[in-house]
Structures are given as C-alpha cells and as structure tokens.
Design a protein around this ligand. Structure first.
Ligand code: KG4
Ligand code: ZN
Length: 381
C-alpha cells in the first residue's frame, strides 16, 4: 500500500502541537510548544490564556512540523485534528486552523478524539519498533491531567472501538498531582516535580488508604449493564487528606518559606524546588505518589483480570511517571501480562498520536464534514 502522510494538529489543553506521521507507523516530525511558563504563575491552566497562546503558536508550530518532515503542504495526504474532549476555546483554535488548511489545500480532514490519540501513541511506537501484532483483548489506562479512564479496545479490520469499563468519579490522577503540588507550593505542572522529589522521600511515611468504590454512579449516563465488572477511581479525597496532614503537622511555615524562595524564578528548576523542601515534605510527597501509583495499578490489574485481557496499555501524561512505569512493569510481569507504555515524549500531549489515530479512519474514508465542531465533553466509544 502507498505511504500515507498525515499532518496532525492538537490544541486541546496547554500544548500547541503538530506532527507528521507516515501510515500510522512512523513518526516523521513532532513539534510541541508548551505553555508552561504562561500558566506557571497561576498554578494551573487558565483557559483564556491557553486560547491566546494557541492563536500565537499554531501557524509557526504547523509550519515547523512540515519543515522538519522535509515535506510541503502539497505532499501531505490528509489532516487530522483533535475535536475533543478539552477546553472549548483551545480546541477551536486547532480545529478552525485545520479546517481552513484542509479547505485551502483540498485535502481531507479527520476529527480525532484526544483519548483515542493517547491510546494510539502507544500503538504508533510499537509499530515503529516492529511490533505489528497486539494480543487482544486490550485494556488501556488513559491517565492524564483531565482523564483517568479504562477502555477495552477492540479492532475489527482497521477500525477501532472502545468500551469504557471504569473512570474517575471526580478528579483525574494528574489533577491530584497538580493540586497537591499547588498546595505544597512546588510549582506547575505537579506531576514531573513530584516524580523527582518523591525519589528523595520515604514513601511509607504517611498512609493514605484508598477505598474501593462500590456504590453506583449517580449519573445514569455512566451506568452500564456490566456495572458489576466496573472499576472506578476517585482522587479528590487524597488531595483533602494531604491538606489535612499539612494542617495537623504544622507544615505551613515550610510551605510559606518555599513560596518566598521560589517566587524569584519564573520556572524554578527541580533542584531549586528540592533545596526548598524539608524532609517531612519529601516524605509526604513520596507517600502521596506511592498511594496514587498503587491505586492505579491495583485497579487496572483488577479490571484486567475481570475482563480476561491479554495486553495492557498505559498512556497519558501520568504514564510519564517513573514509579508508575517501574512498579507497573514489575506487577504486570508477576501476572504474566504484557504492559506497554509510550516513550515519555509521547506520554504527554502531542500531535503525533492524533495523526496516528487518524490513519485507520483515513483508510475507512471517515472524513469530517464541513460542520465539524469542537466538543469539550466528547466521549470515546
Ligand atoms: O496528557 P497530558 O499532557 O494532558 C492532558 O490530556 O491532561 O497530561 C498532563 C498531566 C498533568 O496533570 C501532569 O502533572 C501529569 O500529566 N504528568 C505527570 C508526569 N508528567 C506529567 N504526572 C506524574 N508524573 C509525571 N512524570
Ligand atoms: Zn492528554
């Protein structure tokens, strides 16, 4: 089959990204413009600022992806763009630009679900490494700043479908990392800095128990016939538990001191943050990470057993976490279950995953119609 070059565009949150992928199996170029410095002072993503930054970055980012691929706009076969879920204003920037480009170049446009993109980040790299055969059934844990979802993924011919078998009832796991980092004045985003600091603390110092979620989801839309096999997550409680621990262990002074020390740097280095943490803070951070990592692994492996799966994929920003990767690999190996991660670069938001997810849809001729619009709450099925 002839090579198919797809230009992917992603702007759902705080990364403006564009990439060229060949036939869903080779990453040709991958450009990610991160807005961390813009949002850092606020300790989280400010939606209006995200849209403004996407507007500024989209044209140069796409141009660079084409140049890095040593291609021209004319030698691209199709465009793919994230249509949701994400921040509505942010999504619209990428979507409007992709639509205009597709119209001007007279090339087909494919709308891609961001979560499907995260799953295909793993598949792209597996194919790139020569692994073209996956053992089904496949269970995918998509764990990021906005999502903590378990999907059973199926493939019929080239087409993929997804069945939601568990998700968070409240905060996403990445959101918990970000909120705890904000509470402890460790900077934004929380995941990478906590990942680093946790290596310097005692993960057994503080116990954070996680309850099994047995009650039915209050939202009827989220109920399924096979509720008995569902494995749901909840991460808002641990954030409150960390806050309570801070208050009962007189940690406020250290937090305030850190805030003052780090206020001087726009984006403090992780070494600067480490130097500003006392041992109890490092122990707290390491214990928090251990609790979240163990909960993610326990619940994913329990879903894997319940559904008799043969392969587990772990993807999304939190999949970049060192402890999650090493513990997951060890625990899955004990059960004889292969677990696949994307490289760290493709764990967090990027457009290569969007171009890769679009390839089977390109083959099936599933092109977007001109009315395609952003859907902030888009579900994956
Ligand atoms: O996939 P992503 O880039 O954006 C969303 O779709 O949300 O994920 C970003 C999230 C943030 O919450 C960030 O703190 C978290 O992923 N993250 C990490 C790590 N790197 C990024 N969490 C834990 N450990 C990391 N190393
Ligand atoms: Zn994402």
């Amino acid at each position: 089959m002839a090579d198919v070059f797809i230009l992917g565009i992603e702007s759902s949150c705080d990364e403006t990204a564009a990439a060229v992928v060949r036939s869903g199996e080779e990453l040709i170029s991958n450009v990610v413009y991160s807005q961390i410095a813009t949002h850092q002072p606020y300790g989280g993503v400010v939606p209006e600022l995200a849209s403004r930054e996407h507007l500024r970055a989209i044209v140069p980012v796409v141009r660079k992806a084409i140049e890095d691929a040593s291609r021209t706009y004319e030698t691209i076969d199709a465009l793919a763009v994230t249509k949701g879920p994400g921040l509505a204003g942010a999504l619209l920037v990428g979507l409007s630009y992709a639509k205009a480009l597709s119209y001007a170049l007279d090339k087909p446009l494919i709308g891609v679900n961001h979560l499907e993109g995260h799953i295909h980040a793993v598949l792209l790299e597996e194919r790139q490494n020569g692994n073209h055969e996956l053992e089904f059934p496949v269970l995918a844990l998509v764990v990021s700043g906005g999502h903590t979802h378990l999907f059973l993924a199926e493939r019929r011919d080239a087409a993929w479908t997804y069945h939601d078998v568990g998700h968070t009832r409240d905060d996403a796991a990445g959101e918990a990392f970000d909120k705890v980092a904000k509470l402890l004045e460790l900077g934004y985003p929380g995941g990478p800095v906590i990942d680093y600091l946790a290596q310097h603390g005692n993960p057994q110092a503080v116990k954070f128990p996680f309850a099994q979620i047995k009650h039915r989801d209050r939202n009827p839309q989220n109920r399924h016939a096979d509720d008995a096999q569902r494995v749901d997550f909840s991460y808002s409680g641990i954030k409150t538990a960390v806050l309570r621990y801070v208050e009962t262990h007189e940690m406020r002074a250290n937090i305030e001191q850190r805030r003052r020390v780090l206020a001087g740097a726009t984006v403090p280095s992780r070494e600067q943050v480490l130097a500003a943490c006392d041992p109890p803070t490092l122990d707290l951070v390491a214990s928090f990470q251990r609790a979240v990592v163990n909960d993610l692994i326990n619940k994913t492996l329990s879903a894997a057993r319940a559904h008799g799966v043969s392969t587990v994929l772990v993807t999304g920003g939190v999949a970049a976490n060192s402890e999650l990767r090493s513990s997951f690999e060890r625990r899955a190996a004990e059960e004889g279950l292969p677990v696949l991660f994307p490289s760290r670069k493709l764990s967090t938001d990027n457009a290569a995953m969007i171009a890769a997810a679009a390839y089977p849809r390109f083959l099936a001729g599933e092109y977007a119609d001109p009315e395609l619009s952003a859907d902030a709450g888009l579900r994956l099925r």
